[in-house]
Write a protein that binds this ligand. Structure first.
Ligand code: ACO
Ligand code: PYR
Length: 523
């Protein structure tokens, strides 16, 4: 298989997504990451568009990049103007990049109705703009905007625009499915037509309006295209561009094209999540290859099978793209899920152990009562421990009372009293709090801290309440989910009840019990 060059346009096309606004600093950080990923071209932006992009090009020159060539993006000269006098082309040259990408019109509709010029003048605009950039020693990538739409309506003219770019000296001609409306077979036919019309190496640039951008890019590669343009996570205007993350994984792992090294491929998840973070967008947990759920297994039958052989339900080894396999525990679990989850926490269990079967049954019953264990692994591990006949819990809450009082003109106060069995003794404590859960937590800690001083490091980082049957109004059943940390490890627990305090107590008690036991590697 021949080589394929990766061209990233996150900093230009990606910033056209609604909701994204990169700072110059953001763009420089992303550039560095893309370079580490082994991207061959990084399009930094449009220097003729705004001061931020112009500053990016000034600053990126000082970066020492190992793989990436920086490209500046702009359009062909305006109609009726000399290329030398066109301010956008001047800004492109002033950007001082080794590569320049210039976009021109391939579709006659655009020439007549958008540029409002003649077909001949558009050909001259393309030829002369490319030639000017070449005369200044740049590597010139010509982006044929709307190539596929143009080729479908007026093939002769669309192909004539490619020839104009070739005559101007373009190093690459990139066929764009700008409106994202093409089907894979139309892409293949368009690429074949372009191959017959010009001899310059071809590239592909697709948009995802029919959810086909990745498939269309791969179809073009199969037809001989040698450059693929896309954005990290598919960020882009409207519904987005071709997702370069999936394209890289597919080229390397499915098509055997060595576009990045194995080590670079293993950074794919990190880069995808990094760019989401910088873009201030939640990372899509269901994103193929790199999402947190991309290799998450929930169905009992699936988990039982992957415990025997992982390829039974995984199309690749997740480590190849820097991701990890995960096992979820829920009412859809079998014994395999429990055994696998326990193993993640350092507990080796025999699936034939009656405790395992008991926990599977209990999880199904509790989920029916409103518990939800998928993201409350610590509560699952505690159930396993408690199911064992020799397990002695570090403490047991026997009784509790919580009072909330509000008197006219004064803020509400909460007070809790607990009765706890600890090392065979009964301990009574009471404490105040700024709310009932806080008071209960304080009273419990007062009882436990003298015996378990390590609990002073344990604190809640998140507390969520989910109403399970809102139609029942104030009588609704609620689920309380707590995330805790001891500064090193993070764990999650759950409780459910029609009483919000009881649900909180269950989740809180699990959180503290899990936090006490230092023998288990909590994650
Ligand atoms: C397919 C793509 O994604 S291309 C990238 C799209 N991205 C952007 O547009 C973001 C950056 N753009 C900008 O900052 C501004 O639009 C600028 C600086 C480029 C131009 O701004 P203005 O001069 O105010 O023009 P405006 O944006 O209103 O209109 C675009 C003009 O470019 C012309 N034009 C569009 N494509 C081309 C082209 N390939 N070659 C020459 N002229 C073109 C249009 O006909 C229009 O001309 P008109 O003003 O005579 O009607
Ligand atoms: C060049 C470009 O971004 C497009 O045609 O979609």
């Amino acid at each position: 298989m021949e080589r394929v060059w990766l061209y990233d346009t996150t900093l230009r096309d990606g910033s056209q997504r609604e909701g994204i606004s990169f700072t110059v600093e953001d763009k420089l950080r992303i550039t560095e990451k893309l370079d580490q990923l082994g991207i061959h071209y990084v399009e930094g932006g449009w220097p003729g568009s705004n001061p931020k992009d112009a500053e990016y090009f000034r600053r990126v020159r000082r970066m020492s990049l190992r793989h990436a060539r920086i490209a500046a993006f702009g359009m062909t000269r305006r109609p009726g103007r000399r290329a030398e006098d066109d301010e956008n082309l001047r800004a492109l040259l002033e950007a001082g990049t080794p590569a320049v990408t210039v976009v021109g019109k391939s579709w006659d509709l655009h020439v007549h109705r958008v540029l409002e010029t003649t077909l001949e003048e558009n050909l001259a605009m393309i030829r002369e703009s490319v030639a000017l950039l070449k005369a200044h020693g740049r590597e010139v990538i010509y982006d044929a905007e709307h190539f596929f739409d143009g080729w479908k309506r007026n093939p002769d003219y669309a192909l004539a625009t490619l020839r104009a770019a070739q005559e101007g000296g373009a190093d690459w001609i990139v066929l764009c499915d700008t409106n994202g409306g093409s089907m894979p077979w139309e892409i293949e036919e368009g690429v074949e037509a372009a191959k017959r019309a010009v001899s310059v190496p071809l590239g592909i640039h697709t948009h995802n309006d029919c959810e086909l951008a990745v498939a269309n890019s791969l179809a073009a590669v199969r037809r001989g295209v040698r450059q693929v343009q896309g954005t990290i996570n598919g960020y882009g205007e409207r519904v987005g561009n071709a997702n370069l993350i999936s394209i890289i994984a597919n080229l390397k792992l499915k098509m055997g094209i060595d576009c990045v090294t194995d080590e670079q491929l293993a950074r794919l998840t990190e880069v995808s999540r990094f760019v989401a973070e910088v873009a201030n967008l939640p990372h899509d947990s269901h994103q193929p290859y790199v999402g947190a759920s991309a290799f998450a297994h929930k169905g009992g039958i699936h988990v039982a099978a992957i415990l025997k052989t992982e390829e039974s339900y995984q199309h690749i080894d997740p480590a190849r793209v820097g991701n990890v396999k995960r096992v979820l525990v829920s009412e859809l679990s079998g014994r395999g899920n429990i055994v696998a989850k326990a193993l993640e926490f350092g507990l080796r269990l025999n699936p034939e152990d009656p405790a395992v079967q008991a926990v599977v049954r209990r999880i199904k019953e509790l989920e029916n009562e409103g518990f939800y264990f998928e993201d409350a692994e610590a509560s699952v591990i505690l159930m396993l421990r408690r199911a064992h006949p020799d397990y002695i819990p570090p403490f047991q809450v026997l009784d509790y009372v919580v009072m909330v009082e509000r008197r006219e003109g004064r803020p509400p106060v909460a007070e809790a009293a607990v009765k706890v069995r600890l090392d065979g003794e009964i301990v009574h404590t009471a404490a105040e709090g700024n709310g009932p859960v806080n008071a209960l937590d304080a009273a419990l800690r007062k009882a436990l801290l003298p015996r378990y001083p390590a609990l002073s490091r344990v604190h809640l980082t998140n507390y969520r309440v989910h109403i399970l049957n809102g139609d029942a109004g104030t009588a609704a059943r609620v689920r309380v989910w707590i995330e805790s940390t001891d500064g090193q490890r993070v764990w999650r627990t759950v409780g459910a009840s029609t009483n919000i305090l009881e649900a909180s107590r269950l989740a809180l008690e699990d959180s503290l019990e899990f936090g006490i036991d230092p023998t288990v590697d909590h994650r």
